[in-house]
Design a protein around this ligand. Sequence first.
Ligand SMILES: [Zn+2]
Length: 394
Amino acid sequence: MLLAVSLLPAVAGSVEAKDPLLAYGARIVGDDARSRIVIDFDREPRFSVHYIANPERIVIDLPATAFGFPAKDLAARGLFKDIRYGKMDEESARIVLTTAGPVKLALAKVQADESGKGHRLVLDAEMIDKQAFAELVKTQSWSDQSEAAQTTSAIPAPEKTAPGDFVIAVDAGHGGIDTGAIGVDTKTEEKQVTLAFAKALTERLNKEPGIKAFLTREDDEFLSLSQRVLIARQNHAGLFISLHADTLKQKDIRGATVYTISDKASDKLAADLAERENLSDQIAGKETVAEPPEVADILLDLTRRETQAFSISLAESVLNSFKDQVGTINNPHRHAGFRVLQAPDVPSILLELGFLSNAEDEKLLLDETWRGKIVGLLTEAVKRYRAAVIANGG
Ligand SMILES: [Zn+2]
């Protein structure tokens, strides 16, 4: 480490954050009893390993890393059902290996390669029994910097809010290690589409006097679903708008949909979508924390019901703006148990702008002119909603 640092020009601050490691090659071999992953780095990576249950996953935490190898080189096989890797925040990256059953890493170490210049991270996984896996999960320690990296994350705040300003949290769906859906034609990642729309919408809303919009994430980083809700609430947002562009198995379905929260889904499509969206934390190797049992609280219940009425009114305002202007699916206002919409006191909608599984929609989602049009219509919808709330003494 000393040697590596001394080769770099003397700059103040964190060298790693500005100069991520490069993972330039990857290989995977093995069967359903043993599997080996090898990843080539340009410098020696510090790493830590953790195990998470339900479903069984191995999490490798790394400093900021650029993953430069083709995705097919690390396609899931052998013991691994799913392999994800990517950015968590400015200082950290993560590899999440979802396994077909209980496993452990019999070997996890960095070796020099033949050239002496590269460094190889070698991970040998082998099957173990359920009890041994439970023991691994129980006895491991998270008390290293990887845990700190998970819990920090500064709360972005809207710029200069004045009393009486209408604060709006604009949430770009997915991010970092969670790419979201992938486009059929161009392989565009949903996380990029949502961020581009979120930025454009925030900028457009902020041109309106009395409106202060801000982004929950400003670049390609991972935020858990509860972090998104928390950011909105801590900034006293009066609205939360989460933007998405998912895929469906039915490739012919296209158009926008607006979702609000409910315990019972309006239909199968909405239920499936919410279930997939709610997997975001799992993809990023977050522990699935059991929800605390609902405490019967009449006041909270009232707040929730009132918030839900506002959410529905916003959803209707958006669909009114879209009428004859933007294509929507049949019954475009649907509802399901989206965890990102669960703030009890912030009216929230999730807008599916279109589907990356449909080639025509994909074209629109990448079209800047269309984006501008949508952003304008959404701003009209927000203003109409706001006027109605004020008229009703809200
Ligand atoms: Zn999505």
